[in-house]
Design a protein around this ligand. Structure first.
Ligand code: NAD
Length: 469
């Protein structure tokens, strides 16, 4: 049986970054991937959705353009072309990863791999041949799959998940989306902007249930402006076929029993770790419902076997998988590394965007911190005003004793880029005063972060003073 040094199962963000890092550190790396390199993120997640969202942004900019005296006539959207461009972008990115594997001397084996024992991996390759390998170190990075919705009718044709939504070859006339997490909201934004009548049904009382309440409520208002109908606190009971090729979704909403007809039903109720067929039992790797159990060094209970990315069920986010992948790689080559995951940014690509890091105000209070909160609206930021993107605000939660920033929430233009500053500040255990002390370039949106930091002490310069008492 051939022997490999470091064998990685899965070529998504966790696996491919682990491969590069381990190779950089002198490891001999083999990566096994049953599908395309890049995983869900590049092929069926982050990147294709962002490509479509950018198309939608261009369309929206024509609306803002009217304010600037730019009147576009006869604007037409060719969805087939928009999708083809998305596919081209994905192809470039996937071949980029393939190029990086080659350049770093990583051997890529195409095929479905599984553990046979703590040191043996079997792969069924493209020619349907089964080959087994011994490996000194193994990194599991098999990703996640869409969580099913256990209700009658969930298997009907026309009921799709995010992958199905990316395969649509035309904009449906109507769409019901179940779940108002990032997937539901991003697809809701895309298809409503392209003309579909979108209804979102969310079980919990707010959209993005784990995000700040003020952010969620501002986002909900702005989505309604896009003509998306949102019903929170709604329990979906079942889906059935209706007339005219439509589907009928029954739900208990705030109004009682209601039904919603649509051409397509998108189920976006979360994702779950892809544990099936990985041979975890055979190798004795411990896992639970959430995913494979790992410590901060990404080690599983079996020495020499690591796990990274969605398969660990911690933060199902590509950038968290990158970070875990690097840590696992360092440990696999014999270094000592661990993940300090206090500041994990969360980004939602709605229009405008939502981005946050650390604790929300509610979470900080629940954890018993004495806190101060600073806020600053983009309507008071010069750059946002000239851009015509004045919706939203920055909110900073900091603790009183040392002034350390506990969390930052942004709803507004380019929030997902702006959050980087907060991540750095939190990683350095910075305070709101540190952000305020830093000279921010003018005119930029980053000034809104500084102003929110000043507002923590009631000292924002560009909003009227707070009322005393
Ligand atoms: P999610 O868990 O974030 O949100 C699912 C939503 O569905 C929740 O609000 C939940 O309350 C709701 N829900 C669950 N059961 C329901 C039911 N029966 N009826 C109505 N609503 C129901 O999951 P997601 O949006 O599917 O995303 C999956 C994962 O992928 C998440 O971890 C997410 O963070 C990640 N993701 C991230 C991004 C990003 O970073 N921009 C984009 C897409 C996905």
């Amino acid at each position: 049986m051939a022997e490999k040094d470091i064998l990685i199962i899965g070529g998504g963000p966790g696996g491919y970054v682990a491969a590069i890092k381990a190779a950089q550190l002198g490891g001999k790396v083999t990566l096994m991937e049953k599908d395309e390199l890049g995983g869900t993120c590049l092929n069926w997640g982050c990147m294709p959705t962002k490509a479509l969202l950018h198309g939608v942004e261009i369309l929206e900019s024509l609306e803002t353009g009217k304010e600037f005296g730019i009147q576009a006539e006869g604007v037409k959207v060719d969805f087939v072309k928009m999708s083809a461009r998305k596919d081209r972008a994905v192809k470039i990115l996937v071949s980029g990863v393939a190029g990086l594997m080659k350049a770093n001397g990583v051997e890529v084996i195409k095929g479905a791999a599984k553990l046979l024992s703590p040191r043996t991996v079997q792969v069924v390759d493209e020619k349907n041949q089964t080959v087994a390998y011994q490996a000194k170190k193994i990194i599991l990075a098999a990703g996640s799959v869409s969580a099913p919705l256990p209700i009658p009718g969930a298997q009907l044709p026309g009921v799709i998940d995010s992958t199905g939504a990316l395969k649509l070859n035309r904009v449906p006339e109507s769409m019901v989306i179940i779940g108002a997490g990032p997937i539901g909201l991003e697809f809701g934004t895309i298809f409503s902007a392209l003309g579909a009548k979108v209804t979102i049904l969310e079980l919990l009382p707010q959209v993005l249930p784990s995000e700040d309440e003020e952010v969620a409520s501002a986002l909900e208002k702005s989505l309604r402006r896009f003509k998306i109908k949102i019903l929170t606190g709604s329990r979906v009971r079942g889906i059935e076929e209706s007339t005219g090729g439509k589907l009928k979704v029954s739900a208990v909403t705030g109004e009682g029993e209601e039904t919603f007809e649509a051409e397509v039903v998108l189920v976006a109720v979360g994702r779950k770790p892809n544990l099936e067929g990985l041979g975890l039992q055979e190798a004795g790797v411990r896992f639970g419902k959430k995913g494979i159990e790992v410590n901060s060094r990404m080690e599983t209970n079996i020495p020499g076997i690591y796990a990274v990315g969605d398969v660990t069920g911690q933060w199902l986010l590509a950038h968290f998988a990158f970070a875990q992948g690097e840590v696992a790689a360092e440990n696999a080559v014999g270094r000592k590394a661990q993940l300090d995951s206090l500041a994990v940014p969360r980004c939602v690509y709605t229009l405008p965007e939502v981005a946050s890091v650390g604790l929300t105000e509610k979470e900080a209070k629940e954890k018993g911190y004495e806190i101060k909160v600073g806020r600053f609206p983009f309507s008071a930021n010069g750059k946002a005003t000239v851009l015509g993107e004045r919706t939203g605000f920055v909110k900073i939660v900091s603790e009183v004793k040392y002034g350390e920033i506990l969390g930052m929430n942004i709803f507004g233009p380019h929030a997902t880029d702006l959050i980087g500053e907060a991540v750095l500040a939190m990683t350095l255990e910075g305070t709101a005063q540190d952000i305020a002390r830093a000279i921010h370039p003018h005119p930029t949106l980053t000034e809104a972060l500084r102003e929110a930091a000043l507002d923590v002490d009631g000292l924002s310069l560009h909003i009227p003073p707070r009322k005393k008492g």
